[in-house]
Write a protein that binds this ligand. Structure first.
Ligand code: ADE
Ligand code: ZN
Length: 339
């Protein structure tokens, strides 16, 4: 069996995926037509050719612009349905999906449209044997604390459908400590906690996310590599990093994969997972991220299987669910034979 085939069949979980980042250009056009909206791009190809980014902000500008085509519950339903079908093709068995409520609320889209559409698609996929899933609402860190607190209040009617809170958007100059009280309140509401940190921001933001926000997972976290004591702490405390290799290249966090710290983090004993972040924009869904890393670092099946185990271990599934999913990985590895 070839490496790509091994990766394709490997049961895996995806833990760092922005549902708005799965908006493919074709769907942008379809939804714009359905909602009678004008787009500043004449064709799908013209939009796709705009997907060349200098940094995180230049990506976010286009990402938020494209979300304008998401208006009704049906739009959110179609978006999540398409992602889950695509994830299923990559043998994603479980997905913990980020969404950005403030990006929709500030355009006048009601939270009910977002939640009704997303939850209907998630439930349908799970019923149909597709990936199981959880939702994580992210706060936009370039907005203020009051806006985040109001958004947290607004989610009350759907509290049973939201597993946790996260922190995303423009990182530089927006340290985790800005959201200390928001995360304290979220934890008191029984929500789990994750945070983007150490993508464009420094290693110190990772430390803050751990100490101040009590983040249970760090999204990206790659800049932790600049602080050896922090890397040792992540390994010792088994705090997972949800790493997004192709995203980091497209947003120029690293110039090429061979310069990416993922292998050094793995070798240091950190619980690393591989994820796609915003796959419509970054040139690959989760299996393409696994393949790129395997190729760049000559990673074999034992380490690929460990990355898949990590993806379940680091999830918010229950202990028994984790055990069952990891058993699927073991069964697959034994059925696949030697390298
Ligand atoms: N929102 C969507 N993708 C993001 C990323 N990679 N970093 C921060 N915010 C995001
Ligand atoms: Zn992200």
């Amino acid at each position: 069996m070839q490496q790509a085939e091994f990766i394709a069949g490997l049961p895996k979980s995806e833990l760092h995926l922005h549902i708005e980042g799965t908006l493919e250009p074709e769907m942008v056009f379809r939804l714009a037509a359905r909602n009678r909206l004008e787009l500043p791009f004449p064709t799908v190809e013209a939009l796709r050719s705009a997907y060349a980014f200098d940094d995180l902000q230049s990506f976010l500008d286009l990402y938020y612009h494209a979300t304008q085509v998401l208006v009704r519950a049906q739009d959110f339903h179609d978006l999540a349905g398409a992602y889950l079908a695509r994830a299923r093709a990559d043998n994603v068995r479980h997905a913990e999906i980020f969404f950005d409520p403030q990006a929709h609320l500030r355009r006048g889209v009601a939270l009910a449209a977002v939640m009704d559409g997303l939850t209907a698609a998630l439930d349908a996929a799970a019923r149909d044997g597709g990936p199981t899933s959880r939702l994580i609402m992210c706060f936009l860190r370039d907005l203020d604390e009051a806006d985040a607190l109001a958004t947290l209040d607004a989610i009350y009617p759907w509290l049973n459908r939201v597993t946790g809170v996260g922190l995303d958007s423009a990182e530089a100059g927006h340290p985790p400590e800005k959201f200390a009280r928001v995360f304290t309140r979220a934890r008191a509401m029984g929500l789990r906690t994750v945070a983007h940190a150490g993508e464009e921001g420094p290693a110190a933001y990772v430390t803050q996310a751990l100490d101040v926000l009590k983040a249970e997972r760090i999204d990206h976290g790659v800049r932790a590599i600049d602080d050896a004591a922090l890397v040792a702490r992540l390994a010792r405390e088994r705090t997972p990093l949800t790493v997004c290799p192709l995203s980091n290249i497209r947003l120029r966090v690293y110039p090429r994969l061979s310069a990416h710290p993922i292998k050094r983090l793995m070798d240091a004993g950190v619980v690393v997972t591989i994820n796609s972040d915003d796959p419509a924009y970054f040139g690959g869904y989760v299996n393409e991220n696994y393949r790129a890393v395997a190729e760049a670092f000559s990673i074999g099946r034992a380490e690929l299987a460990q990355l898949a185990r990590n993806s379940f271990e680091a999830s918010f599934l229950s202990a028994s669910e984790k055990e069952a999913r990891i058993a699927e990985v073991e069964a697959y590895v034994s059925a696949s034979g030697a390298d």
